[in-house]
Design a protein around this ligand. Structure first.
Ligand SMILES: [Ca+2]
Length: 377
């Protein structure tokens, strides 16, 4: 597909293409994945990567540090700018949910809320119609509910008791009928919303009781369920009554969660045991996903989400997607300051695996000087 590019002007460079026919500029996106050890964790953070176009290489962005989190397990988006991180809290019972604002390729920690039954949170999800937030709690059989006030602050809205009182791992709402799905290791519960806001339990489904089901997502009205011990992502469609019908499985070792590129052509699956993000291309003829490429290397992972909120300019260190003097000030402050190679929080470290801002990073910084995205904004 071709599109007229009105103007791509790179300040300082004699390069201005007006009215040329060029391929549509690829839309970058950001992968955000919780670093979640098997069993429980402590001060892990949330990893971020930028993919500048679908199927392209993933480059690491600065992580959301564990210092503002507590054993993060799963992620949910209230909007492309508002990320909710479920804190498992090492199963101490001090579970909580952190809120992060996303902008450009940067982020800002907002706050953390607790209470209303939050103990050791796993996956959470939003009802796409009401905007309500559902947060699972691994132990205790209570699903926590939150609405939002006019300022966007969470307000407790009671709980839903699991009829079996068992574990909770995943939660997802089917957009087509707003039914709520909550996974246990061995089964998936289905609930129907009532006009008064209550939920009616409809039943369980499962394929294999030894599956160790985890997180769930909906895409194109198919339910994607990870089956950790079966090393697979399972897909279910629905009949006219809303009953799930098993469709197929996609092999993915130690699968924990799934996420999709904004154009729907790429699927990412997290590996909980060995770490890494697996990549799959959609095959529209076979109507399934085909593994490709190498895993994106990571520590052990939990939940994953994808946002189109991403700036393709790695030298933008302030989040406005313009590389200017404000970014140079951030860059200069990080100059030659030794960082943690394993958990580099210095955005100025643009090149190389060592967390140290040096001349080679400056060369990359200078090459992006005065660039902005979208161009001409
Ligand atoms: Ca900037």
């Amino acid at each position: 597909m071709m599109k007229t590019i009105q103007a791509i002007c790179l300040s300082g460079l004699v390069m201005c293409c007006v009215g040329l026919h060029s391929p549509v500029l690829a839309e970058p996106f950001q992968i955000i994945a919780a670093e979640t050890p098997m069993g429980s964790g402590s001060n892990q953070g949330v990893r971020r990567y930028i993919v500048r176009e679908t199927f392209g290489p993933a480059e690491q962005l600065t992580p959301i540090p564990g210092s503002v989190l507590y054993d993060p397990a799963a992620l949910a988006l209230r909007s492309p700018m508002e990320l909710f991180i479920s804190n498992r809290a090492a199963h101490t019972g001090n579970g909580s949910v952190a809120r992060i604002r996303l902008f450009g390729s940067s982020f800002e920690y907002l706050d953390t809320f607790k209470g209303n039954g939050l103990t050791d949170c796993a996956q959470s999800c939003f009802d796409p119609v009401s905007g309500e937030l559902f947060v699972t709690n691994y132990q205790g059989g209570i699903l926590s509910r939150f609405l939002f006030d006019a300022s966007g602050n969470p307000v407790p809205n009671g709980v839903i008791h699991m009829p079996d009182g068992d574990r909770q791992l995943g939660a997802a709402v089917r957009p087509a009928n707003r039914q709520l799905f909550v996974s246990d290791y061995y089964k998936i519960r289905r609930f129907s919303p009532n006009p008064d806001g209550s939920y009616t339990f409809l039943g369980y489904f499962q394929l294999n009781s030894g599956a160790l089901y985890h997180f769930m997502k909906f895409k194109d009205d198919l339910l994607y369920v990870t089956s950790f011990s079966e090393n697979a992502v399972l897909r279910f469609s629905f009949d006219a009554q809303g009953n799930p019908i098993y469709k197929n499985r996609i092999a993915a070792e130690n699968a924990l969660d799934t996420a999709f590129s904004p154009d729907g052509q790429e699927m990412f699956v997290t590996d909980h045991r060995n770490g890494g993000i697996m990549r799959f291309k959609y095959d529209s003829v076979a109507e399934t996903w085909i593994r490709f490429g190498d895993k994106i290397p990571t520590p052990m992972l939990g939940g994953i989400v994808i946002v189109p909120t991403a700036c393709p300019l790695s030298a933008d260190l302030t989040g406005d997607c313009v590389v200017n003097l404000a970014d140079l000030q951030v860059f200069a402050a990080e100059w030659l300051v030794p960082g943690d190679d394993y958990y580099c929080t210095m955005g100025g470290n643009l090149v190389g695996t060592k967390c140290l801002v040096t001349l080679e990073d400056f060369a990359e910084f200078a090459s992006q000087w005065m660039m902005q995205y979208p161009s001409g904004k």
